[in-house]
Design a protein around this ligand. Structure first.
Ligand code: IMP
Ligand code: MG
Length: 182
């Protein structure tokens, strides 16, 4: 994707819906939630790439329990007649997770397809525990039932950009979350 002018790029940033300060406040609370789950035991924070790369960096710094960071990239493929798809792991974790307390950090839950598949796959690997923390949730868009353990912000059915989330691979570096506009 290319922008003919910088005005065209800027037009994509229609309206800020969550400020950088609001994000940091909610991340501090999410860090305390993770601490309360594990009570000093080590945890493996798993970032689902690419969208959660900024979120995991801030979330990891809000957690006080000992933590490792892992990265995974997943794509869900599905037929319209199926409720859940087949998840394709384009980049996998570099360690065995049996014996680990795992927290998945996701940028946004939309249809629920990606996370329901990723959770199913990671459960097969028998972690000691598995929790899902999502920065954003758009429950109105759900196709596959999926409830995260912890949500920082519930938003209406809007396409959003910034703080890791992209439109055509751009806008991930915005420090806030905005509605995208054509
Ligand atoms: P799901 O499998 O439909 O829940 O897909 C979730 C993935 O779709 C997220 O990890 C994002 O990469 C992408 N996505 C869904 N909604 C948005 C949005 O509003 N902005 C940017 N990416 C989105
Ligand atoms: Mg994503």
């Amino acid at each position: 994707m290319e922008f003919a002018t910088s005005a065209e790029y800027e037009r994509g940033i229609k309206k800020v819906i969550i400020t950088a300060e609001e994000i940091q406040q909610k991340i501090a609370e999410a860090g305390k939630y993770i601490d309360s789950l594990y009570d000093g035991r080590p945890v493996l924070l798993v970032s689902i790439l690419k969208g959660s790369f900024i979120f995991i960096a801030d979330l990891a710094r809000a957690v006080s329990v000992p933590c490792e960071i892992g990265f995974m990239q997943a794509k869900s493929y599905y037929e319209s007649t199926q409720s859940s798809g087949v998840v394709k792991i384009t980049m996998d974790l570099d360690r065995d997770i049996s014996g680990c307390h795992v927290v998945i950090a996701e940028d946004i839950i939309d249809t629920g397809r990606t996370l329901s598949d990723v959770v199913k796959l990671l459960r097969e690997r028998a972690p000691l525990s598995l929790h899902v923390v999502t920065l954003l949730d758009k429950p109105e868009r759900r196709i596959v039932p999926f409830n995260p353990d912890y949500t920082l912000f519930t938003i209406p059915d809007l396409f959003v950009i910034g703080y890791g989330l992209d439109y055509g691979e751009y806008y991930r570096n915005l420090p806030y979350i905005a509605e995208y506009g054509e």
